[in-house]
Design a protein around this ligand. Structure first.
Ligand code: SF4
Length: 324
């Protein structure tokens, strides 16, 4: 969804920005319904990336700042790349817990096992249960179960996963047809012509009150709409008080107040956008492809941020895998 890649610049969030953002977030975060020290995927505050353990000292400091501000239900989300040694894994998890972190989410899916040996993921899960107990989340558990039952060792290529489980293996879990999936996994989905999505409006996704993300540049993003910034989270109080300024954000304005058909007309007229011959897997695919066309041709439209997002959507060229 966020076009993560090792090819992004290493623009870590600054401590100053962290402090500015976390201080304004502190009175706006809903704790887990089970209490301020319990965690839940859509509650509290999570540190994520990319991969937050790539900069462990920054993560530790972020946890400490969140603790100082009394932010409830905090957890970190990780792909476990760093969990080679069980003792060192426990050591880091304990250090984070002592700094104030409430829990952890261990990511498990066939995209991660392409790069991270499954043993490291298992090591992390075992260690996390020892340190965080019930506040250990395995996301997504169905994949973990599949890999355990298959006695997976080492890496597993995504193509091999599909060979083993078929596309049905993916059907029981959440695979949101947005972001890079629109290009790299296009072959797995049914495709539709653009007009099918013209009446779609995204007001509720873009203005939703739960599970928002703030990136390292300070972009405030709701929904899972990578590459769309509602404003600068370093001025969050102002954003909440005065509302989103739409006058200089016509793309965002069309998505919130009009529909994808309006955006389509605009991008065809202003940027000579051509409909994809093979069709689109979802409304988000159409939306993203049009935004990508604009973002790669114009420096205007501040809502299309961060710009690097649009460069990292595909690893090289669009997937050449056959339809399944
Ligand atoms: S169509 Fe665009 S704005 Fe709407 S939910 Fe999808 S990515 Fe977000």
């Amino acid at each position: 969804m966020y076009a993560c890649s090792p090819r992004w610049s290493n623009d870590w969030i600054t401590i100053n920005d962290l402090k500015t953002i976390l201080s304004q977030l502190s009175d706006k975060i809903m704790p887990s319904p089970y209490g301020v020290s319990r965690v839940g995927i859509n509650y509290g505050l999570h540190f994520t990336g990319g991969e937050p353990f790539l900069n462990y000292s920054l993560l530790l400091e972020a946890v400490e700042i969140a603790k100082e501000h009394g932010i409830p239900s905090t957890f970190v989300e990780t792909n476990s790349f760093w969990c080679m040694d069980p003792e060192k894994t426990i050591e880091r998890l304990r250090e984070l817990k002592e700094a104030g972190l409430d829990g952890i989410l261990v990511s498990v899916n066939p995209f991660i096992t392409e790069y991270i040996p499954f043993e490291r993921i298992e090591n992390n899960i075992i260690s996390s249960f020892k340190v965080f107990g019930i506040n250990t989340m395995i996301y997504q558990y169905e994949f973990y179960k599949q890999f355990k039952e298959a006695n997976l060792r080492g890496l597993l290529k995504f193509e091999d996963y599909i060979r083993m489980y078929g596309v049905e293996g993916l059907e029981m879990v959440e695979l949101i047809p947005m972001g890079r999936a629109c290009y790299q996994l296009r072959h797995l989905f049914n495709k539709y012509p653009a007009h099918v999505f013209f009446r779609e409006n995204c007001r509720s996704s873009l203005l939703r009150e739960w599970h928002a993300h703030i990136d390292n540049y300070g972009n405030y993003m709701t929904g899972y709409c990578g590459g769309i910034s509602l404003g600068d989270a370093r001025k969050l109080d102002q954003l909440v008080e005065e509302g989103i300024e739409l006058d200089d954000k016509p793309i965002l304005e069309m998505l919130i107040n009009k529909n994808l058909g309006e955006l389509y007309k605009f991008v065809v007229k202003e940027f000579n956008y051509k409909e994809k011959v093979g069709g689109y897997i979802s409304k988000c695919h159409l939306c993203l492809d049009m935004r990508r066309c604009i973002a790669t041709r114009s420096r205007d439209y501040p809502e299309l941020s961060p710009r690097e997002y649009y460069q990292h959507l595909t690893s090289n060229k669009e997937s050449s895998m056959p339809n399944i």
